[in-house]
Design a protein around this ligand. Structure first.
Ligand code: PHE
Length: 343
């Protein structure tokens, strides 16, 4: 056999012997047999190197070093393996490197909602919740929205074809009609139905409208509803609460402005805008607000002669977009980790 062949055979048989050694003593025997400095098999091969033809010497020498390194490395590895504590079948090897868990993070909107609750909590508001599947009574009737009001248009709402359940209040048509709520103002009604005044709540959650989806519109988005009713609650307090809230979430450079508007459930009503740059040249609407209409107070059994209140409804996504410079609200629901990991 030529020298290259002999080196290959040496390597193969050494590796097999190493793998076959099941304890330290056996492995040491293998080491002496193959790599031993005085009488090891590698030593014998080394002494043959000189006999190789001159032109082959570099090739043979290189292969000799390779083989020596491989066998030495394998022997060391085997030694380390044998040194590991023996495991019971199915046991846990605590010496193995661990699996690194990637820590997840909260969705940007969840972070925003948590911060909204924190800020409004400091302003004295507690958190209330209501169902996303609503009936027309809570979404419209109790909010003083007449039966023929365009807000009820089937093309602007997700009405549901569900069985009627007799326990709920019927709408103006004498039927229980269900829908995905189009506004969180429904929760105002549910809270006032359950609690006597004074109330001071916010309710944050999803609302649904069949809008065409683009960079600023979605068929599902989040609103924060606020409601404060009590003795002598005023519009000035409403403006202070909204301004304090916006400054707390967006920073001191944001400006808030109020424009006269109309909602069936508030009188007077305003629309609220926030400035999008320092100079106040660009504005974005963030929601609606106003003094709770006496008809709404009556619908829940409050006495409008005794109590007054204000209500507001803000778009959660709009605030988050401004804070973080997000250019498209579809990012929030696309589940692209490259986007979500930035928060
Ligand atoms: N519900 C209104 C909307 O969705 C906002 C609003 C809430 C206005 C409370 C006034 C008072 O547009």
């Amino acid at each position: 056999m030529d020298l290259i062949g002999q080196l290959g055979a040496f390597e193969a048989s050494a590796r097999e012997a190493i793998r076959g050694a099941t304890d330290d003593t056996a492995l040491e025997k293998v080491r002496i047999e193959y790599l031993g400095a005085r009488s090891g098999k590698l030593k014998d091969l080394q002494s043959l190197l000189g006999t190789a033809p001159k032109e082959l010497k570099p090739v043979v020498g290189k292969r000799f070093n390779e083989v020596k390194n491989t066998v030495t490395t394998e022997l060391d590895e085997r030694k380390r393996t044998l040194a590991r504590p023996k495991l019971a079948a199915g046991g846990l090897d605590v010496t193995l490197p661990g699996v690194a868990f990637s820590v997840g993070r909260r969705h940007p909107l969840s972070q925003t909602i948590a911060e909204f609750k924190d800020i409004t909590g400091r302003l004295g508001f507690t958190v209330a919740t209501g169902p996303e599947i609503e009936d027309e009574y809570h979404n419209f009737d109790a909010l003083n929205i007449p039966y023929d009001h365009p807000a009820r248009d089937p093309l602007d709402n997700f009405y549901l074809a569900t069985a009627e359940v007799g326990t709920e209040k019927t709408s103006g048509q004498g039927k229980v009609i269900r829908m995905m709520r189009s506004q969180t103002s429904t929760v105002q009604i549910r809270v006032m139905e359950q609690t006597p005044p004074p109330v001071r709540i916010v309710s944050i959650g999803r609302v649904y409208r069949p809008d065409a989806i683009d960079a600023t519109h979605h068929c599902m988005f989040h609103q924060m509803e606020g409601l404060m009713v009590g003795d002598g609650v005023t519009m000035a307090q409403l403006k202070t609460v909204l301004r304090s809230f916006a400054l707390a979430y967006l920073g001191r450079d944001v400006q808030i402005r109020f424009r006269p508007s109309f909602f069936p459930f508030t009188e007077p009503s305003v629309e609220v805008d926030m400035s999008m740059d320092a100079a106040g040249t660009r504005w974005m609407e963030i929601g609606g607000a106003g003094m709770v209409d006496p008809n709404v107070l009556k619908a829940v059994g409050y006495d409008p002669e005794q109590v007054t209140g204000f209500a507001f409804g803000l778009g959660v996504e709009r605030f988050c977009i401004r804070r973080h410079g997000v250019d498209d609200i579809r990012h929030f629901t696309n589940n692209d980790l490259r986007f979500l990991r930035q928060f």
